[in-house]
Ligand binder design. Structure first.
Ligand code: C2E
Ligand code: MG
Ligand code: MG
Length: 530
């Protein structure tokens, strides 16, 4: 990837040197195998003995070694692997298959290789069909919107739909978006498709609004290229005006990958959409490389957590923690959260417990054509199953409460503060020393009448021998039992709870974490007293 930039930076002789190095390293790593140049910056290895694992290890090493010759440019080497299955094949066919696998990972930063398999072959074959028939598909209107419900976790009621494109082919049946979106982006057709989906979605929202049943907002997917190839804002505005629907009813999903290329237009257009009253959602959060950068650079109303975290929900305990941290972070930033790809009751319960507001996935329903909903309005569109539109804003506010925070009463705060007085301290050869105290701890000190941390250490030794002995014992206990130990004590006539937890020891140096509360100094309540 990016060989062009090597040529630009080091000119052709420099590029040639790099290519020779590339060949030499390949020959070294695949010693005894045939190494050929297929043209330009493509090299081929024909190997008789290696397993996929052997090949992958060598590809990884190749990338490491070649990194030294790229002059700081990120010029990744990608590999496509084809394992011959024993049936006679022309070399050109085999090379083509390896090449196809290689293209699969080109431009994807975290993947170094792909192995050709039947699935890839099928995808390639379907994409070939798409290439040959897309004009016909646009002309004859083969595209259809499928709707997948999204559900408010707290109520279990449908509170929106995502519009997802399907190509309904008279010969092949349903062709899913992962086959054609890539091609449409490559051939700059995607804005035509998206305009079509937006128009259809608005039309369907209008029908819903006129039906007398519950109606919900719909979100549509926008490609990065929509912002470059078309006046996407105008397309959306026109459709919304044509069907006279409130802007809050058409949400715009922008995928993370949309932000990977420099596109100033995108930032401005997102701003303009939001200023006009549309919601802009960040799709597939966590799937790409720029997740946090995007959160920092752009403003979003909602963050859709990529379903890859839920795919490892049962097998990798980190997944749950990562999801919870994303929800916590989003709430601190004042952004709503939606989890994609929810397939089980356990996943739903977990997401509800951590305060993820909206849920989407096969557990609640697969994407379906609009007729399915319209023909079964009694089943899908009654107020008992769908959220009445006037409750959207109401529940959105409830959703902003951060249930993972120890101060849930404070909504949308932009600071990270731990209100629990917390200190880290060491005991070095029996001598006590604070190494960290937070603001709450200093406030706590002040509340019991100590002016400095040193004062309290000294006075503990002189004036409170009993409390000091208690704390010493607690430190011994926690080191031995590895659990926090609570102590209740009265100092300067304040009732305190002090908790210590052993952290680590090396020689005569030990470290602890300590939290404390002053029970005598609780803020005076507005009503009632204890
Ligand atoms: P997306 O926007 O992230 O949409 C969610 C995808 O996850 C959909 O796939 C949906 O069917 C699938 N999904 C939903 N729930 C579950 C679940 O519980 N388990 C699993 N395994 N999958 C689930 P779909 O419809 O195949 O769409 C794939 C992608 O294609 C979309 O990802 C979106 O990025 C893109 N796309 C779809 N329609 C359009 C469109 O009209 N325009 C553009 N630009 N992109 C579109
Ligand atoms: Mg989406
Ligand atoms: Mg998504």
């Amino acid at each position: 990837m990016n060989f062009k930039t090597i040529n630009q930076r080091f000119s052709y002789p420099g590029g040639n040197t790099y290519l020779c190095k590339f060949r030499d390293e390949l020959k070294r790593l695949f010693e005894g195998e045939t190494v050929l140049r297929a043209g330009a910056d493509h090299l081929v290895v024909i190997s008789l003995n290696l397993t996929v694992e052997d090949i992958v290890n060598r590809v990884k090493e190749l990338n490491l070694v070649m990194g030294h010759f790229e002059g700081g440019l990120r010029n990744q080497i990608k590999a496509g692997i084809y394992i011959a299955d024993g049936t006679p094949q022309k070399p050109i066919v085999m090379m083509d298959r390896a090449s196809l696998a290689c293209r699969e990972v080109h431009g994807i930063f975290n993947r170094e290789y792909a192995v050709f398999d039947e699935e890839l072959n099928k995808k390639h074959e379907q994409q070939q069909y798409v290439l040959e028939h897309f004009e016909e598909a646009f002309e004859k209107g083969y595209f259809k919107v499928f709707y997948q419900p999204v559900v408010r976790a707290l109520t279990g009621k449908v509170c929106g739909y995502e519009a997802l494109a399907r190509w309904i082919d008279p010969v092949r049946g349903i062709i899913p978006p992962f086959i054609f979106i890539e091609i449409f982006e490559k051939f700059h057709l995607i804005h035509r498709l998206d305009a079509l989906i937006i128009e259809q979605a608005c039309k369907d929202i209008r029908d819903d609004m006129d039906s007398g049943y519950a109606y919900e907002p719909v979100s549509v997917n926008l490609s990065r290229l929509d912002f470059e190839l078309s006046d996407i804002k105008k397309i959306v505005d026109d459709a919304v005006a044509k069907y006279n629907i409130p802007k809050k009813y058409l949400n715009l999903e922008v995928t993370e990958s949309a932000f990977s290329s420099q596109n100033t237009n995108l930032a401005e257009t997102i701003k303009a959409f939001r200023a006009d009253g549309y919601e802009v959602w960040l799709d597939d959060f966590g799937s790409g490389f720029s997740s946090f950068g995007n959160l920092q650079s752009y403003d979003f109303d909602l963050l859709k957590i990529d379903m890859s975290f839920l795919r490892t929900f049962d097998t990798n305990p980190k997944s749950k923690l990562i999801i919870a941290s994303i929800v916590d972070m989003a709430k601190k930033l004042g952004i709503h959260t939606l989890a994609e790809g929810v397939e089980t009751k356990e996943q739903y319960e977990y997401l509800k417990m951590i305060g993820c507001e909206i849920i989407q996935g096969y557990y609640f329903g697969k994407p379906m054509p609009v007729e399915e909903y319209q023909n079964n309005r009694e089943k899908y569109c009654r107020y008992e199953v769908s959220e009445p539109s006037e409750l959207k804003e109401y529940y959105d506010t409830i959703g902003t409460v951060n249930l993972l925070d120890n101060r849930p009463l404070i909504i949308n705060r932009n600071t990270i503060v731990n209100f629990m007085p917390t200190a880290l301290f060491e005991l070095i050869d029996g001598k006590f020393q604070f190494i960290y105290t937070n603001k709450a701890f200093s406030d706590f000190m002040a509340s019991i009448g100590a002016r400095t941390h040193e004062q309290i250490i000294n006075e503990f030794i002189d004036k409170f021998p009993e409390e000091r002995a208690m704390l010493r014992q607690a430190m011994l206990d926690t080191e031995e039992q590895k659990i926090p130990i609570d102590c209740a004590m009265t100092i300067y006539s304040c009732k305190l709870i002090v908790a210590v937890k052993f952290l680590n020891r090396t020689g005569s140096r030990t470290s602890f974490v300590l939290t404390c509360r002053n029970l005598s100094k609780i803020k005076k309540p507005k009503y009632g007293h204890l």
